[in-house]
Design a binder for this molecule. Sequence first.
Ligand SMILES: [Zn+2]
Length: 284
Amino acid sequence: MLPWKELVSGFTFLGSTVPLVSSAGRGIWKPKSMGLPISLLTSVKEIYSDGFAQSNMLQYKYQGKNPDQFDNNWMRELRRTREPVIYFLGVSKGTYMPIWPVFVVGDDRINQQVFVQCDSMDSLTHYQHDNAGFDDSLAADSRDHQRAYITRLTRQRVHQGVFRERVLAAYQRQCAFCHFRHEEMLDAAHIIPDSHPDGEPVVRNGLSLCSLHHRAFDHNILGVSHDYIIHVRPDVLKEKDGPTLAHGIQAMNNRLIELPRKQIHYPDPVALQHRFEQFLSNCG
Ligand SMILES: [Zn+2]
């Protein structure tokens, strides 16, 4: 993840600073010193409507209403030249996930969008072979599969990144059980697991938890009832051991979780209850 100010401060090229994105917030960024655009940017609001309808591709909306506006022509130029660009996806306010390299692979004038696929650095090398006259349809076919696969993986990574960012932001970047604040040790835990059909990656199905409490929650050592009270599995409550058990686990019993600042982000009581029943069934 990269903060906006790092994108704007960019890199040095031939002695001058080149931002990675347009500081004016334009979606397609072609610095003056470059022959082609170097990045595509998707805003926080547009991220799901822009990028996720098709399984093997990301979409990118045309800029403005005119399909022949110069930035839209630049996207066609990217498609024609098959040059890679960086795709910056806004996952929360001011935080972007860079995806590199991506290629513009299709143009849809009717719906005013282009299609973008992700690739890996490995196939970028193959692609350069192609440019030098190496053209094997079998290799091209396997490259298409690889791109589709990497794009799907990227989509999952983006979903996870968006979920984590949103949940952590809702809980003001602390553990909902113990208030621990080291972000590198915080996770967005699912209340209903993401493998379950109802396990949606939405804030109300999440809890911001530190590593210890995430594991304890996942393994039903700790449970949360629909009234946001933490419960410790009875047999674990009776154990005797060192300070991690006493302070980290047993002391959580009957505590109210630290709720998000906004009520709309509170955990869904129905999801909590559903999950809590699973906890109770583990209580013996
Ligand atoms: Zn914790």
